[in-house]
Design a protein around this ligand. Structure first.
Ligand code: IPE
Ligand code: IPE
Ligand code: MG
Length: 260
């Protein structure tokens, strides 16, 4: 089934899709290539899936591009990746603008090399007026880093009298996360065959639908993406309620959206 343009009107399209783009290294090694060749090919997939997400009507696409833990990889691989990110951003910016895609990023980005960071910030500024898809890159990101950072800032604000500790609730915590203002992911895709979350968006995926595929990220096609979205449309999200409650709420337009 194709969840692209044609079926948009009928199928439920996730507002926010998050992807753990895994398998670049193994894709390259299986071909006798250097792991960095897999990252180069992975950038082409980013381009392809960004287009697919726009076509499908997705509003937010968060891509896990580099984790806090990935800094511990061999320096040559880290350097190659950072260089590649800088080059790709520079090259893709005109097309992002043309396709009305706004770039944002989350993570401990101050750790990034100055050149890559400067290019990323330049692209964020140049695409800030775009109103189509928001492409959110998770760079030097980990969910535990994010939660620790949020707890630190919440504590500081309580101490400064800007926040009342007794009033801290889910919404307060969400406001201090790097994803503040972005709805939680509806669908999380992981390519590369492993069925784990690897420190990605731990708070935000509380009720996210998970989709794991053995396909390595460089091989992940538009059709694979549309298939994942079509599968999402067929799932019943109950958010702790009974199926009857969910179906009743869906057929009563005055009821607020479940899960919010
Ligand atoms: C994902 O591919 C990209 C990053 C983590 C930067 P990997 O480089 O993890 O590829 P595998 O998992 O080793 O195949
Ligand atoms: C997750 O992939 C991080 C990114 C895709 C950026 P990893 O390859 O780092 O995850 P693990 O080590 O297999 O858990
Ligand atoms: Mg990996």
């Amino acid at each position: 089934m194709n969840a692209g343009k044609d079926s948009q009107a009928t199928a439920k399209v996730p507002v926010h899709v998050a992807i753990i783009m895994d398998g670049n290294g193994r894709w390259a090694q299986a071909r006798g290539l250097d792991r960095s060749e897999g990252h180069v090919e992975g950038v082409n997939t980013v381009r392809r899936i960004t287009e697919a997400a726009s076509e499908a009507g997705v509003k937010y696409l968060t891509l896990y591009a580099f984790s806090t833990e990935n800094w511990k990889r061999p320096q040559a691989e880290v350097d190659a990746l950072m260089h590649l990110i800088g080059i790709a951003i520079e090259r893709e910016t005109p097309d992002l603008i043309k396709n009305n895609v706004r770039l944002t990023m989350i993570g401990d980005v101050e750790r990034m090399p100055a050149e890559a960071l400067e290019r990323l910030r330049g692209c964020i500024a140049k695409t800030s007026h775009c109103t189509g898809l928001t492409l959110n890159l998770a760079l030097s990101y980990s969910a535990r880093w994010e939660i620790v950072d949020a707890v630190g800032r919440i504590s500081a604000d309580v101490k400064a009298g800007k926040l009342d500790a007794a009033e801290i609730d889910d919404a307060t915590v969400a406001r201090y996360l790097t994803t503040a203002g972005i709805p939680d992911p509806d669908l999380l895709i992981r390519t590369g065959g492993d069925t784990r979350v690897s420190n990605f968006l731990l708070w935000q995926i509380a009720y996210t639908e998970l989709f794991f595929t053995p396909v390595y990220w460089p091989d992940f096609s538009k059709q694979d993406f549309f298939d994942a979205i079509a599968g999402f449309g067929n799932r019943e999200r109950r958010f702790g309620l009974t199926g009857e409650q969910v179906r009743h709420a869906e057929s009563s337009p005055e009821n607020p959206r479940i899960g919010e």
